[in-house]
Design a protein around this ligand. Structure first.
Ligand code: HEM
Length: 495
């Protein structure tokens, strides 16, 4: 009798898992109970291959189980445009990882992992403050150029095998810190930055581990039962990182002059808005916990992405000396001196812009994009997808699709140039994602990438160090980064 019940239960479980839960979803690989298709994802780090294989086998809309829940992936640019741009409101709700938001954030706060009014209000407010600070304009350009000068000074002192990554980290961290808290991490503040960055690295690496992804994607009860350590770690990271933001907020609260119209930084702008709203009886929308989480989101999203892109760029220049030579030729022709290259030079440097574009494509920072949860039933390529389903706009598969970018592993900036050598618009290049939640810091990131690249390559040539060419293998930690490497940095012979 027991045996019959046992066999029936197993049969019912597999019927439910393999047939019932999958019956109306687009095709995709068979999921394991609890783990779904995470094995396929972790089999070939950093994970692109799993989605490229599915794209090839099942087409541009398929189901991939992230742990115990299914997610529908879209891997075609036209389909993404149709869904995320033309029907943007349906696709703008983030899938919320409660196992991250609760223990780390203290609830659904911030902008990255928030929805509804919180997301809308704070995305709009942050963009407004960024505009006031001149992101995309002169004011911000001057700040970035000052940090670029610091990188140049440090590179000029480089002898023998040299690691470029730390200088990019410090410059990019200092820029976002100025936007948020009004100061750079130069000189006596550098140890503060290095300490924060090391905690942040630990957190980001841990969140990219299979263990953490599994914990994020199962129910809280199961997670607590199977991986209680995860919650202890989140508490530790929260205490270390949030206490920095909290201390900055406290300092600003003590020093702020509410009568001054101009704002020194984002926190000051936030505190003034908070006061205004509280006077009108709204004590919730601009709360202290929301401010802490905004600082975390902007600090994290604004640092790792740009710095990793710059490290990949030097890596690709080392592996492609002919392309680095073309870059130097263009700079010599257009700039031809040690003067600072500014945003106004951009239109005259199409190869340099193509070089950045190709770096962003090949670096392909986000192997899995940040999932959405649809608010109503939709039809995607003939598949009816019910409201509440998780959707992933998988941009990494587009960048590595040979039909869109032939010979996709080759570093070839010419993909972005026409026959006259002018920059060509390639719609499929969407490293900042697509739709209403596309990167909030795109303007700042584009400015940083251009000013760093133009000025640094104008001054220096990068050559392999004594250990030869560094590895192109990527480390995965929520976004990808190159493995630590060193190279030789030579001053160029320019007037
Ligand atoms: C090379 C640099 C960067 C790249 C490649 C990049 C890429 C991305 C991507 C792919 C997303 C996800 C969009 C989605 O969910 O569909 C995103 C979101 C976001 N990024 Fe960036 N980013 C970069 C730099 C920055 C900077 C400098 C900041 C801040 C100042 C920033 C702030 C954000 C924020 C706050 C979001 C969430 C937006 C929302 O949910 O509404 N990013 N970024």
């Amino acid at each position: 009798m027991f045996l019959i019940i046992f066999i029936t239960a197993i049969f019912a479980f597999f019927l439910h898992q393999l047939y019932w839960r999958r019956r109306n979803l687009p095709p995709g690989p068979i999921p394991w109970p609890l783990f779904g298709n995470l094995y396929e994802f972790s089999k070939h780090p950093p994970g692109y291959q799993a989605f490229l294989d599915c794209h090839k086998k099942y087409g541009p809309v398929f189901t991939f189980w992230m742990g115990s829940d299914p997610a529908v992936f879209i891997t075609d640019h036209e389909l993404l445009k149709e869904a995320f741009v033309r029907d943007g409101d349906t696709f703008n709700e983030k899938f919320i990882y409660e196992n991250f938001n609760e223990p780390f954030r203290g609830g659904n706060f911030g902008v990255f992992d928030a929805n509804g009014e919180t997301w809308k209000t704070h995305r709009r407010f942050a963009l407004h403050v960024f505009r006031d600070f001149g992101i995309g304009k002169d004011l911000m350009e001057q700040k970035i150029l000052l940090e670029t000068e610091e990188i140049i000074k440090s590179f000029a002192k480089a002898t023998g095998d040299f690691s470029v990554q730390e200088d990019f980290d410090l410059a990019v961290g200092s820029i976002i810190n100025q936007v948020l808290f009004g100061y750079s991490f130069r000189n006596e503040k550098e140890p503060e930055f290095r300490q924060l960055k090391s905690v942040l690295n630990e957190l980001i690496c841990y969140l990219g581990s299979t263990e953490a992804i599994f914990t994020l994607t199962v129910s809280k009860t199961l997670a607590k039962l199977l991986n209680p350590n995860y919650f202890k770690k989140m508490k530790k990271y929260r205490e270390k990182l949030m206490s920095f933001y909290e201390s900055q907020i406290e300092k600003h609260s003590e020093e702020i002059d509410f009568d001054l119209e101009e704002n020194k930084d984002y926190v000051e702008a936030f505190l003034k808005e908070q006061k205004k709203r509280e006077a009108a009886g709204d004590f919730e929308s601009f709360s202290k916990i929301q401010l802490q989480n905004m600082c975390f989101d902007l600090w994290v999203a604004g640092s790792d992405t740009t710095t990793n892109t710059m490290s990949f760029m030097i890596l690709y220049a080392l592996h492609n000396p002919d392309m680095q030579k073309k870059l130097h030729e263009e700079l010599d022709r257009v700039i031809g001196s040690r003067r600072q290259v500014s945003m106004s030079d951009k239109n005259d440097l199409p190869f340099l812009t193509a070089f950045i574009n190709e770096t962003q494509r090949l670096a392909n920072l986000v192997p899995i994009n940040f999932p959405r949860q649809i608010k109503k039933d939709v039809v995607l390529q003939g598949h009816w997808i019910p409201s509440g389903t998780t959707i992933v706009h998988q941009i990494s598969a587009i960048f590595y699709d040979d039909k869109v970018f032939p010979d996709h592993q080759k570093f070839n900036p010419y993909r972005f140039l026409d026959n006259e050598g002018q920059l060509k618009k390639v719609d499929e290049l969407i490293p900042f994602s697509i739709g209403k939640r596309q990167c909030l810091g795109e303007g700042l990131a584009r400015m940083e990438l251009f000013l760093f690249t133009a000025n640094i390559f104008n001054h220096f040539e990068f050559l392999p160090g004594t250990e030869g060419l560094p590895s192109l293998v990527k480390d995965f930690s929520s976004v990808v980064r190159p493995k630590k490497y060193t190279c030789r940095v030579l001053k160029r012979d320019i007037p």
